[in-house]
Write a new protein. Structure first.
Length: 334
């Protein structure tokens, strides 16, 4: 096996000891391997994290496992161990430190009040809560407690439009609590402990790469189920995803050139040719971006016969996969 990447790491343990380790990536005849080697006494101990032919799967596992080790206190001899472009610039670093500080110094009472406010606004506007304000933004507001528009706008994720819509209500909440430190927030750069920030950064990477690995495994499960001719329920159970998310993933896989026809044909077997053609004609006339106008054109009353609204939208999405593929083929031919 040829080693294509190797990096040394060290860990300060309890007492005066210093733990040493290596992370490596190897390749032999198209098979990728990634592993972890620790030095224990006079010997070495190897742990293989992955062995297979998928570079992307190997990279996902490598990043997640390495992030776990870094969160345990290991530090690399050479930076750049995640093989990704790091966010640069002083503004990016400042924003990350604001996020870190807000995580390390939470004001749970204010944050809870802000989440209650967000739920109420989302219900009133018939919008998803995250469209009102992200969890991250609410955390920043709860910790730094801005008193006016200028201070609110200093927080990343706020913006002029959110300010106009919600600024007064947010200030009504924040002004009820004591603001321990003033704006502007440049003091965070100096006050935040460097080691605390490094540890926080690695924990963020651990969470990020865990989600990335989970998503990769779900994608592989959907591909495997489609290749085996499983129905949507079976694939949903195998991938541990709701049916809607499986269909959304099938749309992506279809665009990337994977064959998902067996699943689509199976799920559309209950739809007549006339119904499918009516859906296609609606897409042709109304466009295929928004589903509600197509649903109204084809089905009229959402309570269409024995079909539930979720079932109607599933059918619309499945037909849209075929429609987009066929339209793409026509454009390529022309």
């Amino acid at each position: 096996m040829e080693i294509v990447f190797l990096n040394k790491l060290s860990q300060t343990e309890e007492g005066d000891g210093l733990g040493a380790a290596q992370v490596w990536i190897g390749e032999e005849e198209g098979v990728w391997s990634v592993g972890w080697r620790t030095t224990e006494g006079d010997g070495e101990r190897d742990s293989v994290w992955y062995e297979g032919r998928s570079w992307q799967e190997m990279l996902s596992i490598y990043r997640y496992q390495l992030a776990l080790k870094l969160s345990e206190g290991y530090r690399p001899l050479i930076d750049g161990v995640f093989h990704e472009r790091e966010e640069g610039g002083s503004r990016g670093l400042f924003v990350q430190k604001l996020y870190c500080y807000s995580d390390l110094h939470p004001r749970d009472d204010v944050y809870t009040e802000l989440t209650v406010w967000r739920r109420r606004r989302a219900a009133a506007e018939h919008r998803a809560p995250y469209m009102i304000a992200s969890n991250r933004l609410l955390k920043l507001i709860s910790v730094f407690l801005p008193r006016n528009e200028a201070e609110l706008l200093e927080l990343p994720g706020m913006g002029e439009s959110k300010m106009r819509a919600y600024g007064a209500e947010l200030q009504d909440i924040t002004c009820k609590s004591e603001q321990y430190r003033p704006f502007p927030l440049h003091w965070v750069m100096e006050e935040l402990d460097a080691q605390d920030f490094i540890n926080w950064s690695y924990r963020q990477k651990e969470q990020k790469y865990k989600l990335e690995l989970d998503r990769f495994n779900q994608r592989q499960a959907v591909l495997k189920g489609a290749a085996e001719g499983l129905d949507l329920d079976a694939i949903s159970q195998q991938a541990e995803l709701p049916r809607r998310e499986v269909i959304e993933m099938l749309e992506v896989l279809e665009r990337e050139g994977y064959d998902v026809d067996n699943v689509i044909r199976s799920e559309l077997s209950g739809a007549t040719e006339q119904e499918q053609e009516a859906i296609r004609e609606a897409y042709q006339e109304l466009g295929d971006r928004f589903l509600k106008p197509v649903m109204q054109r084809v089905y009229g009353d959402p309570n269409h016969g024995d079909m539930k609204l979720d079932e109607i939208y599933e059918r619309l999405r499945l037909v849209r996969i075929c429609y987009r593929r066929d339209e793409g083929g026509k454009q390529s031919a022309s």
